[in-house]
Design a protein around this ligand. Sequence first.
Ligand code: PEP
Ligand code: MG
Length: 573
Amino acid sequence: MSKHIQGIAASSGIAIAKAYRLETPHFVVEKKTVTDVETEIARFDAAVAKAKAELEQIKDHAFQQLGEDKAAIFSAHLLVLSDPELLNPVKDKIAAEQVNAEYALDEVASMFVAMFEAMDNEYMKERAADIRDVTKRVLAHLLGITISNPSLISEEVVIIAEDLTPSDTAQLNRQYVKGFTTDIGGRTSHSAIMARSMEIPAVVGTKAVTAEIENGDLVIIDGLDGRVVVDPSEEELAHYEEKRARFEAQKAEWAKLVHEPTITSDGHHVELAANIGTPDDVKGVLANGAEGIGLYRTEFLYMGRSELPTEEEQFEAYKTVLERMEGKPVVVRTLDIGGDKELPYLELPKEMNPFLGFRAIRLCLEMQDMFRTQLRALLRASVYGNLKIMFPMIATLDEFRQAKAILLEEKEKLVQEGVSVAENIEVGMMVEIPAAAVLADQFAKEVDFFSIGTNDLIQYTMAADRMNERVSYLYQPYNPAILRLIANVIEAAHKEGKWAGMCGEMAGEELAIPILLGLGLDEFSMSATSILRARSQLKKLSKEEAASLKETILSMNTAEEVVAFVKQTFHIE
Ligand code: PEP
Ligand code: MG
């Protein structure tokens, strides 16, 4: 009998191969008394040095196989290994308590891991994984244990692991590793992000695969539906082989659309753009044929470091993106920090409701030095391509006016200094707060464009925290309340001759695309890997036909009704 295990679909595709269990070595750390404290500290230093050398090697490997931003994870690990805040307490403990290095390290690291894990923030929780990963490496050297080396795999396998550390993932050889599945992790864990960029199917967060699967078992990983099948029957195998062939054929079909414009079956053009976080992401944007960048989340420039990025650093990043996009539109969002995205070095007080708190434009209007630095960097970069700037989390007209006034002040200063700045930079805003969506007609008179941020708009409209699983049933993109707000924003923009885009996750969803097309959305911005699928879908849709359903959909009562209607009308499974 086959076994089915459900998890979270982390990277699409189907993999079928023998299981290879990546064992997590179990370290037994005993507390021992040492008399020669100095030798013990030297032993600790030597283990750290060995771990660093190893990490340098893995980093180079990741750089070649996966690119600069994935290799950056290992730079982060190397930073952890050079951080006196971690290393000194270990040495102090060895000296003060006369204990062995293994014990001191294990204790100190566990304290940091517990601290990061307790934080109400996914990004910081991932830092706990980094510390665990680095600690394991040093402990292995101290204990003389060899940790598994997945780069030695030489036959086709799927990897079964409790969790895949970033260093494990970076060592995976794409030629042999066809997919992986883990007990823990979510869609935004490092291993999931890595899997997507390597384009290997993955299912994470199964809670059960290491308990249920033995080395050599035949395993199917269905990264489309988040399912793992162990010891499949003949029929199941045939079913999944067919599903895999269909997916591969579809991918090959989509790939043909890379250089095509996105034109609906009745001849209307819509713009398909990509969301990015770093200049490195532009490669994927171009490879997937995006017509522009609809959201550059600049927060990442500020994260994973200990101080604010300088104007020069930012200028280089923005210039690189604009140049690589060769004149295609690039919408850069100014700093959206706060909420789930913390910057520890700003030392902001902890908030009761971070999503409703001092974040994004609210923070930028108050911390104006930081905001002005970013705007100057953007304005200076503007001559290298087609830059558009938008402000996040705008709730009132006054906020938009203030932000725009600061932008114009900085522009004026640069012009006075003799620095060239592009003339025609469009200035827009994210619509992610219901107040702005309701008042879109007023905003539309003053902005050049809107970009609807459904990730937040849904949580604020439904009053349901997007990170809280217990209220996730309320996170309803297809609730008519949300759809009416979206319709209102698009209509308001068009009345004033402005354009409206969407950069929330909803823009890339197969079910949402016909609805949004019918509502008249001009630009759809999504993760790069969704673009070709969306293009293929849009080419088959008629905008007029989709528009004719607008009133019917907007007058429905529930999200379920909308979903059922759209599935049936557009033959979506
Ligand atoms: C959004 O809120 O929809 C959005 C795109 O912004 P973020 O996900 O970065 O909050
Ligand atoms: Mg948002």
